[in-house]
Design a protein around this ligand. Structure first.
Ligand code: ASP
Length: 329
């Protein structure tokens, strides 16, 4: 009896390990248990910004990074860390996701988000969301609870309502700062607004994940969908190569399939993560288009951009914890 109980327990354990092991799992370098990289958008970010505003950005970036670092340090998964970090950003009005999302030319907000699991290549995305407070969670639910990858507009909002997610009026996303950016945009004073948020992680199980959440571009036509919710463009993760989240002029990221191509340069050309990211940002995209954050299965990371700045940060299990806005001098 004892023996058969022990035997069944061993069988159950073996089954659990097999089920828990994603097809795409790869051996992991245990010397660096986890790495997390975040961004809060790239664009024309003036270094003449008041010190108090700089301090607020650094403090928000540190808060977001610490949230994700703590999830990973306590044995959480890369998917959990990505979702939790982006949920935080979706409540911080300084960033263009959730509250603080930019306005369309019709003075409304249409939110896009995607999340991808590098272990299984499962992914979920939403576009044109108008009423769900946390689009990143809605994207995860599309991945987990539907046979689809991308839900848009009313279908996405209705699905969120059915799933019991927080439903809000569109004005919930309003902020005076974004309204004045729209007024400037209407007067043809155009600059690329920043503030899209993204997060990529390697967890202690060797699994990569990526997520991106955004309001898109100021003054976009109602119905315009950007790169962020498009798997392979603004968001991509594959344990065999890397996890990527982009930020910038979405049409460019779509044209050059930025996320997938960084992965492809590593997979097909044997480039390192930094080489692949550098090539896409500086040789394929144009100056001013944007930036990306990326991490690979060894925990190597990249935070590269061709704009004046990118809100960003990186932390790992070896104690690295830093946030930056402008280029290293
Ligand atoms: N890539 C986003 C979009 O085009 C915007 C951004 O990252 O700032 O929707």
């Amino acid at each position: 009896m004892r023996v058969s109980l022990a035997f069944s327990a061993a069988l159950l354990l073996a089954a659990a390990v097999l089920v828990g092991r994603p097809d795409n799992a790869v051996a992991q370098d245990r010397s660096n248990k986890f790495t997390i990289v975040i961004h809060g958008g790239a664009g024309t970010i003036s270094e003449a910004m008041p010190e108090s505003a700089k301090a607020q950005y650094y403090s928000s970036l540190k808060k977001a990074l610490a949230i994700g670092r703590d999830v990973l340090a306590s044995g959480g998964t890369s998917m959990q860390a990505v979702e939790k970090v982006l949920r935080y950003f979706e409540t911080d009005p300084k960033f263009n996701a959730g509250i603080g999302a930019v306005y369309t030319s019709a003075r409304t907000h249409e939110l896009d988000a995607a999340i991808m699991n590098g272990a299984t290549l499962q992914c979920g995305a939403v576009a044109g969301v108008e009423h769900i407070a946390h689009p990143i969670t809605l994207a995860r639910l599309v991945m987990e609870k539907t046979p689809h990858i991308l839900l848009a507009y009313q279908g996405a909002d209705d699905f969120g309502g059915k799933m019991g997610l927080k439903w809000v009026p569109n004005s919930y996303f309003d902020t005076p700062e974004r309204k004045s950016e729209l007024e400037k945009w209407m007067k043809k004073i155009k600059e690329h607004d920043h503030g899209t948020v993204g997060c990529v992680c390697l967890d202690e199980y060797g699994n990569l994940a990526a997520g991106t959440s955004t309001g898109g571009l100021t003054g976009k036509m109602p119905g315009r969908i950007g790169d962020s919710p498009l798997v392979g463009d603004g968001t991509y993760a594959n344990n065999q190569t890397c996890a990527v989240s982009g930020t910038g002029i979405g049409e460019q990221y779509m044209r050059y399939a930025v996320g997938f191509n960084i992965n492809a340069l590593m997979a097909y050309k044997g480039m390192t993560l930094k080489e692949a990211v550098h090539y896409i940002i500086h040789d394929v995209l144009k100056p001013g288009d944007g930036g990306v954050i990326a991490v690979d299965r060894k925990g190597d990371y990249a935070m590269d951009f061709n704009t004046t700045g990118m809100f960003r940060g990186v932390a790992n299990s070896s104690g690295l914890f830093e946030v930056k806005i402008w280029k290293d001098k």
